[in-house]
Design a protein around this ligand. Sequence first.
Ligand SMILES: [Fe+2]
Length: 387
Amino acid sequence: MSQALSQLRKFVSPEIIFGAGCRHNVANYASTFGARKVLVVSDPGVAAAGWLGDVERSLQGQGIDYCVYTQVSPNPRVEEVMLGAEIYRANNCNVIVAIGGGSPMDCAKGIGIVVAHGRNILEFEGVDTIRVPSPPLILIPTTAGTSADVSQFVIISNQQERMKFSIVSKAVVPDVSLIDPETTLSMDPFLSACTGIDALVHAIEAFVSTGSGPLTDTHALEAMRLINGNLVQMIANPHDIVLREKIMLGSMQAGLAFSNAILGAVHAMSHSLGGFLDLPHGMCNAALVEHVVAFNYNAAPERFRHVAETLGIDVRGLNHLQVRQRLVDHLVTFKQAVGFHETLKLHGVSMSDIPFLSAHAMEDPCILTNPRESSQRDVEVVYAEAL
Ligand SMILES: [Fe+2]
């Protein structure tokens, strides 16, 4: 009998529609789900940019009734998910649409879970905890990075405990993702940098994850090429729709990779940090990425060599130690080029916070697929290096 080429792997994805202007078709997709009344989840910034209005006009055009919920913070909170679920029930909705960055999209996923089960969102922390299918869910991302619109992740902030928690289940992959690069034209340079770095980290972590494989590798590598090759230029030319499209495509590819291969210690540590200080997710990743890569390198040197080559580093004739250094240097240069210079200390983290942060990072599902098995002590050391 011949040897199997790889371990068993699965791949989940929503129905994806990619292209400039596709947001205007949201009503067509809602009507295919028999929409009687739609809960539209967004946030004040997205509403001000006009993208929410486009969704409303599309629904009005087809005579579909809807109500709008925009009370969503940059890191969506338990209370906001629960309030959104109450509004969904009170208005007798039967379809959810979200337009926005990761926050409205994660909030919408959380609302779907709560209305399907009739329980608090806190009860669903962890992997494969969803028992009842959510209502039809259509997501329209307005940032190029989080990929909540293609992923099986939900990240919610628990303000009481000062931590974020993850829900991982194929039940939270939306039914439809309308990926419209035009919506990213409203991102300012800081948001473009945060979400772009997040997407690059998704691609790298997915490629070196213990859950990686042939179904996800091609997506991860293409995402690295697109983001590494275009993010700096896109931030310098924010109105260039071709560059916006390339970064949006890169973000989507990274999303498909990490949703299925899962992530690693950057995200486990970044979720803990973001919950503790309520900081932007991409900024947390930027502060940690090169330190985690240096820590992980020897556990997967061939994979990291491939990452380095994909990021345009000439690795010919270099040993692992030299490639590791080149890769770390490249990541530092890249993140500085998009505007990240801060260490954790500048964000208000001190040595005495590290045990708390590390304990929560160890509970995050992303730590399980990190290429190097990590103890709490290891995580503490990496946080200390990033201080
Ligand atoms: Fe992320």
